[in-house]
Write a protein that binds this ligand. Structure first.
Ligand code: SF4
Length: 505
């Protein structure tokens, strides 16, 4: 491994957080580049040797040789071994990353990265595995510290979070599933969005989508009936499902309710994202269909930011929407916010949190802005002033402080690529208002059937403790044209994992 510039000239030299991020990402990137195992080390390369015996945990010795800018040659090595019930392959990857992380940190004197080598989207899944191995809370925290180099703070947060999730996960078995319904339309495209949502088309375009969607939904309903699945939660997301015109929205919601809601269903969620997509008719449809949870996602309560990110609604309309949902008796209301939006500072976040917590939603999800490929923001980055990473961290801490002081506690968390400052997305709720669907989708211990544009079906293989997925097309034309193909893929995946449905006697 040859550094492109001398260490003392690295742009990260002055910021300990940046250094930590660099070293954590370097361990990850090197692993991506060199996943093979080598028996000989060569100057300028990173090599790992592996002891492999059937049924045993891996032992990995990692050697790094590099040539410094002054021409001197350096070598270092570290050996570590697999632990507990981790799979051989997973253990091998973890150990290479861990070895590299420690070696690079020691060699260049970089500080600890908050998440260590926990690069994955769902770090709580590791906590569940350790809890399933019979470890207690403190032992799990310790293992996250030693095996993943996570900071005490992050290790504690995700361990307590996973413990909070356990009773919810225990309510699901092999026959329990959830339903995801994807309505891939929005009224305008947000600046930071890379999701394959389409601007709402005219009547003909909506009709074409609805024809494929009805077919998709009825085929999924038939599968649920044939396998005798118990539908635990139903989630209508997108896009913004409420961007559909009133009559289509009401029809879609009624169809979803009739097809899937049953005595086992504990949660029926609709993402109503933006106030400019709501109407009295849609609110009445939600009431009639027994929707239990609505997401109202302003992202910020700063008017100038709303305009900047491409939202054609006011701050006041967010509050009006929230109050109308409360008046309609929707049991749980969630609000999503993004930290790190262009042009925002700590005082903007403080003001937003004052306004949001005054409304007292049941659930607040704090997102860290991610610069996603395909978003207008990423493509035109030079046109926007983004807060520094240190400011983002301060803003996140301020927002978290408001959330916890208003009595909400973290219950799910996920991390994304392109997220600055080693941050995360955290969902917090009052006790009893945890979203079952959010927990299930994050922990991947339950089969989820996906219907609609860009929807994913995830089927849990309980024998091998693995997840297999099939995807509906993100592109609308393909989804509508090949709907029979997607229906067949979903059916075939279920048959592969669950076998053929038993005929009723
Ligand atoms: S509302 Fe959501 S899906 Fe639609 S454009 Fe904005 S971020 Fe993307």
């Amino acid at each position: 491994m040859e550094l492109p510039v001398p260490v003392e000239k690295l742009p990260y030299r002055k910021s300990p957080e940046k250094q930590a991020e660099l070293i954590s990402n370097a361990a990850y990137d090197i692993l991506e580049l060199k996943i093979e195992n080598f028996t000989e080390s060569v100057p300028g390369e990173t090599t790992s040797s592996l002891t492999e015996r059937p049924g045993e945990l891996p032992v990995v010795r990692t050697m790094v040789h590099y040539i410094a800018a002054d021409g001197s040659s350096h070598g270092m090595e570290r050996t570590d071994r697999g632990r507990g019930s981790e799979r051989f392959e997973a253990g091998k990857h973890r150990l290479i990353k861990l070895n590299l992380y420690h070696l690079l940190r020691q060699e260049f004197g970089f500080p600890e990265a908050p998440w260590g080598i926990l690069h994955g989207v769902r770090p709580t899944k590791i906590v569940h595995r350790l809890l399933n191995d019979g470890l207690g809370r403190d032992e799990v925290v310790e293992r996250l510290r030693t095996d993943y180099a996570a900071s005490w703070e992050k290790a504690t947060v995700i361990t307590d979070m996973a413990i909070r999730q356990r009773p919810f996960l225990a309510k699901s078995d092999r026959q329990t599933v959830s339903i995801y319904v994807g309505i891939p339309f929005c009224l305008t495209r947000c600046l930071y969005c890379s999701f394959p949502a389409h601007i709402l088309p005219g009547k003909k375009g909506i009709e074409r989508f609805m024809a494929a969607f009805r077919k998709d939904l009825l085929a999924a309903r038939d599968l649920v009936q044939a396998y005798g699945f118990k539908v635990q939660s139903v989630y209508v997301g997108g896009g913004t499902p409420t961007s559909l015109p009133d009559d289509y929205f009401s029809e879609m919601l009624q169809l979803v309710k009739e097809s899937f809601c049953c005595e086992h269903t504990v949660e029926f969620t609709v993402e109503a994202g933006r106030p400019d997509s709501m109407s009295e008719v849609k609110l009445a449809a939600m009431q009639q269909c027994g929707v239990t949870r609505v997401s109202c996602n302003p992202q910020t309560m700063q008017q100038r930011t709303l305009k900047r990110i491409g939202r054609n609604h006011t701050v006041e309309s967010v509050s009006e929407m929230f109050h109308s949902l409360r008046r309609a008796g929707i049991p749980e209301i969630n609000m999503d916010l993004i930290i790190g939006l262009p042009g925002e500072g700590v005082e903007d976040v403080r003001d937003t949190m004052e306004q949001i917590t005054a409304l007292a939603p049941d659930d607040i999800t704090l997102h860290s802005l991610a610069l996603k490929r395909g978003s207008r923001l990423k493509m035109n980055l030079a046109d926007y002033e983004l807060p520094e990473d240190d400011t983002c961290r301060e803003m996140f801490a301020v927002a978290m402080d408001y959330v916890t002081k208003s009595g909400l506690k973290p219950y799910y968390l996920y991390r994304q690529g392109y997220m600055s400052g080693q941050m995360e997305n955290v969902g917090c709720s009052r006790d009893g208002a945890e979203s079952m669907y959010n927990i299930q989708i994050m922990e991947e211990q339950q089969t989820i059937l996906g219907i609609g544009g860009a929807a994913t079906t995830k089927v849990v293989d309980f024998r091998e403790n693995r997840l297999k997925s099939v995807f509906n097309a993100k592109d609308l034309v393909t989804y509508e044209r090949d709907i029979d193909v997607y229906i067949e893929k979903r059916r075939a995946l279920l048959e592969e994992i669950y076998g053929k449905p038993q005929p009723e006697i």
